[in-house]
Design a binder for this molecule. Structure first.
Ligand SMILES: [Zn+2]
Length: 212
């Protein structure tokens, strides 16, 4: 695995692939984004925060997204910078969210992405203990002022010089990202990229299951 956590196509090295990920979910747009992706028959990982899962209504949205076939990743409970927290606080941020997700969908997340992409040695150890694959990203733009519109974001996500085989694309639960999502998927596909099914990615948890 390389430094930006790109994805390698082991089975078919000639096929160009990208991974879609959606962070800070499920806020106001995640369910619509899941529906858009489902209509286009492609998958993404939804990295969720616990503070979006506190109420039964929010829990229902997560259940729906999971039922539509999307893997759920851990993006911590409160989206705090892990480097500012004690080990006990980091544990609560990470493990309590896995407990909450399991309570809702019956399984624990297999992917972990730290807020702001900033891990600590302890958070890396916790992710390993929880059998999660650590993820960062290759590129993303939807938090930058210049790209907070459907047109600008759809254009840069597909035409950036950073697009390459195995790229890990970061998006967020945002209105403009939701609006651009269909065009982003079609634009990537038009450039010959296949959207990876994240359930095909090897993680510490599924590696262990496969070995049994
Ligand atoms: Zn985030």
């Amino acid at each position: 695995m390389s430094g930006d956590f790109s994805i390698q196509n082991i089975d078919n090295p000639d096929e160009k692939i990208v991974l879609l990920t959606i962070d800070d979910a499920p806020d106001k747009n995640a369910l619509d984004m899941a529906k858009t992706l489902k209509e286009l028959n492609v998958k993404a990982i939804f990295f969720v925060n616990g503070h979006f899962l506190d109420t039964p209504e929010e829990g229902e949205i997560l259940k729906q997204i999971h039922k539509m076939g999307f893997p759920i990743g851990n993006h911590t409970y409160n989206h705090k910078s892990l480097r500012d927290l004690t080990e006990e606080e980091q544990r609560k941020e990470i493990v309590d969210l896995n407990d909450r997700v399991e309570e809702l969908i019956g399984e624990r997340p297999q992917f972990f992405r730290a807020p702001f992409g900033m891990n600590t040695d302890y958070s890396k150890q916790l992710a390993a203990d929880e059998k999660m694959l650590l993820m960062n990203w290759t590129y993303g733009y939807d938090w930058e002022k210049d790209y907070q519109s459907k047109e600008a974001l759809a254009d840069i996500m597909v035409n950036t010089p950073l697009l390459r085989n195995g790229a890990n694309l970061l998006m967020h639960d945002r209105k403009w990202t939701s609006e651009a999502l269909g065009d982003i998927v079609k634009g990537l596909q038009n450039k010959g990229y296949k959207i990876v099914d994240p359930t095909q990615i090897e993680t510490p948890a599924n590696k262990e299951t496969a070995a049994q």
